[in-house]
Design a binder for this molecule. Structure first.
Ligand SMILES: [Zn+2]
Length: 324
């Protein structure tokens, strides 16, 4: 199974150290976040992650996007939202340069904060009526689509983060249309990440035109129930990102086994014959990752959690293979 991350990683910046860095700093050209990206990527690779992120180190999931779109002043909406220029492309290209020095087939995940989640997190002062104005959501979707188009040639998959959808605050039809607009004609698989309790909205999410539905299962066992009826590939969050202690490999393996038991009742798994067939089906329909972003965690904890996840998922597959 592919191992990936949801997105954010603890931010470890580095002050200018060498003379040339100090000169760059005086000129206002020193980028403190470059080291943070490098650290995030190298930690993920050392832990054994296949599809890494840039760590989303330049700000929270909303800041990164509102700072790069026209129509915002900070988190205030002051005019019509429009795309200006690629927001995450430069960092994605930097990640690819790091990956090119590593052996094996590693990829980058492009990450876009979804239109409803951005709309819910900003203060609407002008042009739109309020945070739930459909025009605001669709303008955001159009702008974010340009972002998706600009990064698609450089990433293995694109993830849209819409945690707000599990709160029930946003109309799912509007969300579906907005996400459709972003996904249309995108060449790489698209993931929709919705954390929180998704048991009530899972049926609806099956109708979104994305390839992977990514949810939290470690901190939200109730979500396991949706595996019986999920009709897309599942991004299986199996590491609790809300607690600072590191779970054991056994804990994560138990969760994976529990998930597998439920998935076997899913029509996607109904005709599975034998263990080879089962392993192939798991590879096709399951991707493992942590529950959510890891930004609030201490960096050593985040790293250890990723290592546990990779080890657990590899042992889980090996044990299935060895099973008689
Ligand atoms: Zn999340």
């Amino acid at each position: 199974m592919i191992k990936t991350v949801v997105g954010s990683y603890p931010v470890v910046t580095r002050e200018p150290k060498h003379l040339w860095e100090k000169i760059l700093d005086i000129l206002g050209l020193y980028d403190r976040y470059k080291y943070a990206i490098e650290r995030a990527v190298k930690d993920q690779l050392r832990a054994g992650i296949d599809i890494v992120s840039d760590g989303q180190v330049r700000g929270d999931m909303v800041e990164i996007f509102v700072n790069g779109l026209y129509g915002f002043q900070g988190k205030r909406v002051v005019g019509k939202i429009e795309f200006l220029e690629p927001i995450t492309l430069k960092d994605i290209k930097f990640v690819r340069r790091i990956l090119s020095k590593y052996p094996g087939d590693k990829g980058v995940k492009g990450i876009i904060t979804g239109p409803c989640t951005i709309a819910a997190s900003v203060k609407v002062e002008d042009y739109y009526s309020d945070n739930r104005d459909e025009t605001l959501i669709y303008d955001l979707a159009n702008a974010l689509k340009r972002e998706a188009e600009s990064i698609q040639d450089y990433v293995s998959m694109i993830q849209i983060d819409e945690p707000i959808l599990s709160t029930g605050l946003y109309d799912l039809d509007t969300a579906r249309r907005a996400i459709k607009r972003i996904c249309e004609n995108i060449k790489v698989p698209v993931v929709l990440h919705v954390c929180g309790d998704v048991t009530e909205i899972s049926q609806e999410l099956n109708t979104f035109n994305v390839d992977i539905l990514d949810h939290e299962f470690a901190s939200n066992r109730k979500n396991l129930d949706i595996l019986e009826g999920i009709s897309k590939r599942v991004g299986f969050g199996c590491i609790n990102t809300r607690v600072k202690w590191v779970e054991s490999v056994e804990d994560v393996k138990d969760l994976l086994h529990e998930a597998l038991e439920i998935l076997r009742n899913n029509p996607l798994f109904s005709d599975v014959k034998g263990k080879e067939d089962l392993l192939e089906r798991l590879e096709r329909y399951m991707v493992v990752d942590p529950d959510c972003g890891m930004r609030p965690l201490p960096v050593d904890v985040a790293y250890k959690k990723l290592k546990v996840m990779v080890k657990a998922s590899e042992e889980f597959e090996r044990e299935l293979r060895e099973r008689v």
